[in-house]
Each structure stands twice: as C-alpha cells, then as structure tokens.
Design a protein around this ligand. Structure first.
Ligand SMILES: Nc1ncnc2c1ncn2[C@@H]1O[C@H](COP(=O)(O)OP(=O)(O)O)[C@@H](O)[C@H]1O
Ligand SMILES: [Mg+2]
Length: 175
C-alpha cells in the first residue's frame, strides 16, 4: 500500500504536490457501502462500538509512520497461510492510515490466486493490476478505484487471463 501526500482531494481526485499529476479519479461504478456493511466486512471506522480493533491498527500505523518520517511509505502484507487474516490486516491498516485527512492510501491487491480486496471494499474487480502489467492499459488513473472508505483507493487484481493462457485454478475469497 502506498501513501502519497495529497495536494488536494475533493472527492474527484488527488494529485501529488511534486508534479500535480492526478493519481486517482473517483470510480463512478464504486458501490457505496453502508455503515452496517462496513461493520459486517470487519473494516474499522470512526465511531465503532468496539474500538479495540481500530485502536490496534492505529498503534500499528503510528509505529510505521514514526519509522517513515516524511517519506511516502509502501507496506507489503502477506499472511502465513490462506485464511489467516492477510486481507483483514491489509484493509484495516490501509483504513487506519487513511484516518489522517492529509493522506491518501492506495491499496494494491497482488494476490493473483485469491483476490478479495475488491469484494470487501465494494469496487469492480477490473481494470486493475494485471491489466497494467500486461500492457492492456498504461493508465494508473483507470486502475485506481475509489472505495467507500474516505481517502482509501484500491488497485484490484484486474482481469483474469484467458483460460487457455492460464495455469491458475479458479479464484475465490477465503472469507
Ligand atoms: N484478527 C481478526 N479478527 C476478526 N476476524 C478476522 C481476523 N483476521 C481475519 N478475520 C476474518 O477471517 C476471515 C479470513 O480472513 P482473510 O483476511 O480473508 O484471510 P486471508 O486474506 O489471509 O486469506 C475473514 O472473514 C476475516 O474477516
Ligand atoms: Mg486474502
């Protein structure tokens, strides 16, 4: 996940102070999740009944930011095994980083076998990472989707390769 400092963010996009280049554009197809749906997906937010998980991810965020200083940070989250909370940690750490109104957070789903982040965050599965890597698009704007979490953007896994070109088994979420 990447955390560029924002020059402006008005709901329609965000740009870097260095270049003014637009990084993201709100995806009009993004689903809007209700508070209840966000709770059901175990995504932290302000005003939760049980503040324990939000506090834990805030602590982790604070430690990471202390290490980063003024630099933009990238964090790789990987679980020890499937179903052990990789997506849970990635989304909630990203959400905790996005609590800061001066930051934008870009979460990238690099799990090509079992991509889940788009489902949890309620955005389209594509275009995304595979479309960019395969050259189907060279637009970062096209693959970077706004989510229901303010200041949190997702680059989903992207389109699956054609079946004959893929040796990967069918994909799916673990939870
Ligand atoms: N620390 C946790 N507390 C509560 N639920 C969790 C926790 N870690 C994972 N889960 C739940 O367990 C299920 C599997 O977690 P997930 O993040 O999808 O695993 P992975 O990405 O490693 O396959 C999900 O429903 C998730 O919400
Ligand atoms: Mg996962």
């Amino acid at each position: 996940m990447n955390m560029p400092h924002l020059k402006k963010e008005n709901g329609s996009g965000a740009s870097t102070p260095e270049t003014g280049r637009t990084l993201v554009r709100a995806n009009e197809n993004a689903l809007t999740l209700t508070r209840k749906e966000i709770d059901a997906r175990r995504i932290i937010h302000h005003g939760m009944e049980d503040e324990g998980p939000a506090d834990a991810f805030r602590d982790l965020r604070t430690q990471l930011l202390a290490r980063a200083g003024s630099r933009t940070i990238s964090v790789l989250v990987t679980p020890v095994a499937r179903g052990r909370g990789g997506s849970f940690v990635a989304i909630n750490l990203a959400a905790a980083l996005a609590f800061d109104e001066r930051q934008a957070v870009v979460l990238i789903d690099c799990n090509l076998r079992h991509p889940c982040l788009h489902q949890r965050l309620g955005v389209a599965p594509a275009p995304g990472l595979t479309d960019y890597l395969s050259g189907r698009t060279d637009s970062l704007e096209a693959i970077t989707h706004a989510t229901s979490v303010p200041r949190l953007f997702l680059i989903p896994r992207g389109a699956r390769p054609r079946p004959e070109a893929s040796s990967l088994p069918p994909t799916g979420c673990s939870g």
